[in-house]
Ligand binder design. Sequence first.
Ligand SMILES: CC(=O)[C@@H](O)[C@H](O)COP(=O)(O)O
Ligand SMILES: NCC(=O)COP(=O)(O)O
Length: 237
Amino acid sequence: MTKLSVNINKVATLRNARGGNNPDVEKVALDCELFGAEGITVHPRPDERHIRYADVYALRPVLKTEFNIEGYPSKEFIDLVLRVKPTQVTLVPDAPDQITSNCGWDTKTHQAFLTELMDTFGEAGIRTSIFVGTDLELIEYAAKTGADRVELYTEPYASLYPKNPEAAVAPFIEAAERVHKLGMGLNAGHDLSLVNLKYFHDNIPWLDEVSIGHALICDALYLGLKKTIEEYKNCLR
Ligand SMILES: CC(=O)[C@@H](O)[C@H](O)COP(=O)(O)O
Ligand SMILES: NCC(=O)COP(=O)(O)O
């Protein structure tokens, strides 16, 4: 079964636009769970332009499903994760001012750094995941760090899908098979949507989790949050 983790960053972006508490990020997260989400993902960035560190602390005690914190492992981020102790931490190689994530880790170059972090988070009882592309050598190096899972960066799949679905998914099937063979769990995310999710899942049914934010929150404007989450879950059956 593939779990749907809803990334609520964009809900916080909307809230921050006016400085008040509308929409209420905590309530939206709880409603996502109520409507069937099996996890909540947040990706705090150094400028806190969407999810703030305070949101992460507030969410922890109220969430009932899997809590996934994504981000670049700065000192502040590492401290936050160790204090909050989410279900899962996903390390992403984002620059501080990046608009959104745009690549996976070079796990070969950063092997020692990542290995140390896997130990730190593992000892704290937090499941670990590393954001990676489909390069098979870099997936092998991700396994060497001791990560529990990898999250495949699916933007290249999403952008090629409308033109050529088979070619778009092919490198992801190969990468997913390698991840499976190496004994790691498999997550995926970035630009997954109602357009491309079902095909991805049909071709890689042993996915553990997808984290989806931008497209899902956009769809909710038209369909409502409950119906949107149901539709995403239908793609994962
Ligand atoms: C790692 C990843 O792909 C997502 O966390 C993505 O970066 C979402 O963040 P934004 O909502 O800020 O684009
Ligand atoms: N890890 C990916 C994620 O959380 C959401 O990415 P997106 O759906 O906002 O592109």
